[in-house]
Design a protein. Structure first.
Length: 278
């Protein structure tokens, strides 16, 4: 009697197992087929994306990252599709992943901002290694661009590391973006000095320097009648690499050679009149 009851129970569970197999076996096989085919397609698509990126103008340091992101995204899609075919309810699973992603994102908000900024910089290329830029209160030559930060070498050989987040969203001046730059000066002469002498002096100084370009043409004009001087603005164009040398050398010429043209460099002065009432 006991044996018959055990056989009955065993047959009952066997029937349930057979029914379960009949019901879920096609779904399981379908899910496995989708998984295998999806992973195969993922490898093909990832390789194609990688080759396409390598041939494009995108910075090559971004290629491994973008390939990895593509690969992970496709594998996640394949896994979710396969589990859905098997019959696993994905709604709760996706909700848990979303909540976990939100928590991680909030915890790493600063790091993720710098990461996103690095991607934007490497894709849009507002500057490149070797460019002289001014950003976040610093001026220097770009030494390295990484995914999280950018390194600058200042003129006094300090290494400045700027996070890419604020660098990608803040104002930035790239002094190397154009091949030429304009050099601006303001020179003052004393009241009573001959304006034509000033123009002749500046034209001579400009003609002596072959680094100064003639197109666009140099410009000079009277800018202001100041308290102690007559101020002129002088502007010339040079190649970017010659900017500072031309700037400093012209200042030195003006200081040392103005007297040769009967010009005086003025300085603030005050006339005091003493009245004698005797």
């Amino acid at each position: 009697m006991i044996i018959e009851e055990q056989v009955t129970i065993a047959n009952k569970y066997l029937d349930k197992l057979i029914d379960f197999g009949i019901e879920y076996a096609p779904k399981l096989v379908g899910g496995i087929i989708v998984l295998i085919a999806g992973l195969w397609l993922t490898r093909i698509i990832t390789k194609a994306v990688g080759k396409s990126l390598e041939k494009s103008k995108i910075d090559q340091s971004l290629v491994p990252f973008l390939k990895s992101v593509t690969n992970i995204a496709l594998k996640a899609l394949v896994a979710i599709t396969a589990m859905g075919m098997i019959g696993i309810q994905m709604t709760s699973f996706v909700a848990i992943l979303g909540a976990a992603g939100l928590a991680v994102g909030m915890a790493l908000s600063g790091t993720l901002q710098n990461f996103a900024g690095g991607v934007i910089i490497l894709i849009l290329k507002p500057f490149k290694i070797g460019d002289t830029i001014e950003a976040q209160g610093f001026v220097g030559v770009v030494k390295e661009i990484s995914i999280f930060s950018t390194m600058l070498n200042t003129t006094d050989k300090k290494l400045v590391i700027i996070p890419n987040g604020p660098l990608s969203t803040g104002a930035l001046t790239n002094f190397s973006a154009e091949p030429t730059r304009r050099v601006d000066w303001t020179f003052g002469i004393a009241y009573g000095d001959d304006v034509e002498n000033f123009k002749r002096a500046m034209n001579d100084f400009i003609a002596e320097d072959n680094r100064i370009l003639q197109d666009p043409a140099p410009f000079m004009g009277l800018a202001a009648l100041a308290d102690s001087s007559v101020n002129f603005t002088v502007r010339v164009w040079v190649n970017g690499s010659d900017y500072w040398n031309v700037f400093f050398e012209m200042n030195e010429k003006v200081y040392t050679k103005f007297a040769d043209y009967n010009l005086n460099i003025p300085f603030p002065q005050m006339d005091v009149h003493v009245k004698n009432n005797k």
